[in-house]
Design a protein around this ligand. Structure first.
Ligand code: FNR
Length: 398
């Protein structure tokens, strides 16, 4: 029978992925002054051993004050290249591909890692290696009451940051990565620029959508200029900041569709569609397919404009049926679900199912089950290659 799309290769510029599974970037709070460690090698390497076609290294800060926590990874200096290269080389030795997410945490920087804090986002003071007196943002608006007020960036500082993104992109290329993802989501610096709720600037970097997107657009151009022509460029955005209920102008799906059209023409090859994270008062309409549907709507919008940018879906994809249906065109696929929640996959009676995305990004399920890809393959009856060293333990047939 036919191989489900999720186990077919995906070619993006000069990069060919073996299948449609990517490990979504995940901070591990285990770097040493921004340098990736043995923990990262073992942690990321396990996915490459077990079938993930693309593993994306966690949000990696382009300046020291762009780290979410003091233990985050960075690429602001050359000494950070070698530990990244070691991981890249290992993943390549397994025949798989590796990307890196470049980021600046903006006003959400300088927080404590999860096992040092009582709640997510608790601030890291100087005593814990933090820098709450040096947070950067488009406008001097704190995350919430009781949180430090960030400094409004000057134009010169914004230009300096674009340069920092470019320098980090060059270092990524030097380390041998196959692709770069720009982190424009989750209320970190780029996302703060995009939203009218966090960007009240009146200069070229604020105002209408194209102004609020200028920082991102400049970063995309600066990055594209220093990476090889055949290297794909990925961009993660929050498709909405879930503030529509306030009836104030906010970052929403319409804005994301417009942005998607713009960046499709700037050499972004795949839009990784996430959501939320820019506002303490967000009200997420949660369901197992809540973000997959956003991805699907942006994908349809791009198709209607004849634009070729690919789409990645992420969020609560945790079983075989879901992973399969996200990228599958034209087949009825029944129900799936994440944990206790059940979902029904939308079926168009005339055309069967419609793919919502081209790439499936998975985060937490890979932490629970590093062999998620192998398990899905087994459930869907697809044969995948194990590392040669593991051949004496084939997966039992379901
Ligand atoms: C994340 N997430 C995340 N996202 C991102 O863009 N950059 C990052 O560095 C991180 N770090 C991170 C750490 C940990 C421990 C988790 C659990 C999550 C978000 C992640 O990539 C993903 O978008 C969400 O977790 C939703 O997908 P899942 O977990 O439902 O598959």
């Amino acid at each position: 029978s036919d191989v489900p799309t999720v186990f077919t290769p995906l070619k993006i510029r000069g990069l060919t992925l073996q299948n449609r599974f990517a490990v979504s970037p995940m901070c591990m709070y285990s770097a040493d002054d921004g340098h990736l460690t043995d923990f990262h090698l073992v942690h990321l390497g396990q996915f490459a051993l077990r079938g993930a076609a693309l593993t994306i290294v966690e949000a990696t800060a382009v300046t020291p004050n762009g780290r979410i926590t003091p233990e985050d990874s960075g690429l602001w200096q050359d000494s950070q290249i070698a530990p990244l290269k070691r991981i890249v080389d290992f993943i390549h030795s397994q025949g798989q591909k590796v990307g890196i997410q470049l980021a600046h945490a903006g006003r959400k920087a300088s927080t404590l890692g999860p096992w040092h804090s009582r709640s997510i986002g608790e601030i890291a003071t100087a005593e814990h290696g933090g820098w709450t007196d040096n947070l950067w943002a488009p406008s001097a608006i704190p995350w919430a009451e009781g949180f430090p007020t960030p400094k409004e960036l000057t134009v010169a500082e914004i230009e300096g940051l674009v340069q920092s993104f470019q320098d980090a992109a060059k270092r990524s290329v030097e380390a041998g990565v196959d692709t770069i993802e720009i982190h424009g989501a989750h209320g970190y610096l780029i996302s703060e620029f995009l939203s009218p709720l966090t960007n009240t600037r009146t200069d070229a970097y604020g105002g209408p959508l194209q102004g609020r997107a200028k920082f991102l657009i400049d970063i995309i151009k600066a990055t594209r200029a220093v990476i090889p022509e055949d290297m794909p460029l990925l961009l993660r955005i929050s498709a909405t900041e879930w503030m529509e209920y306030t009836n104030q102008p906010s970052w929403d799906l319409e804005a994301s569709k417009q942005l998607a059209s713009t960046v499709a023409d700037l050499g972004v090859d795949l839009l990784d569609v996430s959501s939320g994270g820019n506002n303490n008062n967000q009200k997420i309409q949660i369901s197992p397919s809540y973000q997959i549907d956003l991805a699907g709507q942006i994908r349809e919008h791009l198709a209607s404009q004849g634009k070729k940018m690919l789409i990645g879906a992420v969020g609560m994809i945790s079983n075989a049926e879901m992973a399969k249906s996200v990228v599958q065109d034209g087949k009825l696929v029944g129900t799936g679900g994440g944990g206790a929640i059940e979902t029904t996959v939308e079926v168009d009676s005339e055309h069967g199912t419609k793919a919502k995305a081209d790439l499936v990004l998975v985060a937490r399920q890979f932490l629970r089950e590093p062999e998620f890809v192998l398990k899905v393959a087994n459930e869907l009856g697809v044969k995948v290659r194990l590392p040669a060293q593991y051949l004496r333990a084939p997966y039992p047939k379901v």
